[in-house]
Design a protein around this ligand. Structure first.
Ligand code: MN
Length: 438
């Protein structure tokens, strides 16, 4: 199911909520992303929907009788400190809740309905992790990233033979997923810079970020029952931004033969708002075409609709601010800008592949795309690629060189979708600042 356009995508619709109609807002009425918040003054965490600079308290609206039928069923699941119960429902319930919210938040909504909408200013809430993630899997779906990184490690043979046949992934760590704004400590690890000397244990000196998108699993599948590619999107609720922090020096020493482990498990940052797949319908596009001579995907990874609409025109930017920059009052610097449309594999192919051996996915599981890089140098989604493993440092506005991240550096991911005839949707931010090792 690739959701068709409906009235909730009409770019002409405006909202009575302040800020939602501002041209720069990430959260117009056509977006309506879901997240989990708690009020700064206290109270239980629960599910909210962003609109303009406000958060809709779904459970409170439900108590005021705003929803009925499947929308009420979905709203009932929002009285929780995670999206998991909502994710476990049928996609029809998600759609019903979105339609009803659109109806009551638009300019034309009746005054008695407006009165039942409970809004909280975003400045009064703290955003938490969107879901209790049981399992987290990170893919490697950008062929540009795989080629750039591969050519640093194996210049004559950058792409391994499996790359064009299956979406490569590793199993990530769910316990160290953190919401945007959580500082991270520079990890320590075993590092072997000199091949003629033993490894040493100490703080990573090649700390990097990876700009990615994540997607949350909805109802999931039973063990032993793969999800066919044709229905894979029915199992995907929505997308957020992901920073897969990586210690390159630790990674280089540990990654063979079983892949990354401690180089990535120390922290992964998520943006708090999950933009639903339904909201993204106006931004679907053909999958980036395979190069002449590349194999066609095997039948279990091939679906005509997925080939036609499996791409998503989501732009992901990486911004950096050093502590010197902040002290001098200098704004963050744009390091790179990539697009999900450039991936080699679609989210449906990743999910179908993940379950193709019978592996079960559960509501709230997180799958991520891997670093989003493009063909252009300005679209390299990590420092390892951007600086060619440190050989070509980036110069910050203060004159500071950057090969890898320094203590005090803050990395900010921003994502948005825009296209003529559609309302611009933003993903908000995914931020993290690097603290010294403990
Ligand atoms: Mn990654």
């Amino acid at each position: 199911m690739i959701s068709a356009l409906n009235e909730t995508h009409d770019s002409r619709t405006r909202s009575w909520v302040a800020g939602a109609n501002d041209s720069g807002s990430d959260f117009p009425i056509q977006n309506l992303p879901f997240g989990v918040f708690s009020q700064r003054q206290g109270g239980e965490a629960r599910v909210g929907v962003a609109i303009g600079d406000q958060v809709v308290d779904i459970a409170a609206c439900n108590e005021r009788g705003l929803f009925y039928g499947e929308a009420a069923e979905a709203a009932h699941a929002c009285r929780a400190d995670s999206l998991n119960a909502l994710l476990a429902l049928r996609p029809r319930c998600w759609t019903a809740l979105r339609r009803r919210l659109f109806e009551v938040l638009r300019q034309e909504a009746a005054p008695e309905e407006r009165q039942r909408v409970r809004l909280l200013p975003m400045s009064d809430v703290e955003m938490l992790l969107p879901a209790r993630v049981g399992d987290y899997t990170d893919f490697y779906a950008s062929i540009h990233h795989a080629t750039n990184v591969g050519s640093l490690l194996r210049p004559e043979n950058p792409l391994l033979p499996n790359y064009k046949w299956l979406p490569v992934a590793y199993h990530g760590r769910a316990s160290s997923l953190v919401p945007s704004g959580t500082p991270l400590r520079r990890p320590k690890g075993q590092i072997r810079e000199n091949p003629n000397a033993p490894p040493v244990f100490g703080p990573s000196r090649r700390l990097d970020y990876e700009a990615e998108a994540g997607f949350f699993v909805g109802p999931g599948n039973r063990l032993g029952e793969p999800v066919p590619i044709g229905t894979a999107e029915e199992h995907i609720f929505g997308l957020c931004l992901v920073n897969d922090w990586s210690a390159r020096d630790v990674q280089a020493w540990e990654y063979q033969p079983l892949g990354p482990f401690l180089a990535k498990s120390f922290a992964t940052t998520l943006s708090p708002w999950v933009v639903t797949l339904e909201a993204l319908a106006p931004f679907r596009m053909p999958l980036a075409s395979r190069a002449e001579g590349d194999p066609q995907p095997l039948p279990h990874l091939f679906d005509p609709d997925d080939q036609r609409y499996g791409g998503i025109a989501l732009t992901v930017e990486v911004w950096l601010s050093s502590s010197q920059m902040r002290q001098a009052g200098i704004d963050p610097m744009l390091l790179s800008c990539g697009s999900l449309a450039d991936l080699y594999w679609t989210i449906a192919q990743m999910l179908a592949h993940h379950t193709s051996n019978g592996c079960n996915l559960r509501p709230g599981d997180l799958l991520a795309t891997g670093t989003i890089s493009g063909a252009a140098n300005s679209a390299r989604g990590c420092l390892m690629e951007l600086t060619r493993r440190g050989a070509e440092p980036v110069t910050l506005p203060t004159g500071e060189p950057r090969q890898f991240l320094e203590n005090g550096d803050e990395v900010i991911l921003r994502g948005y979708c825009q296209r003529p005839g559609a309302a611009r949707l933003g993903f908000g931010e995914c931020r993290g600042i690097v603290l010294p090792s403990s």
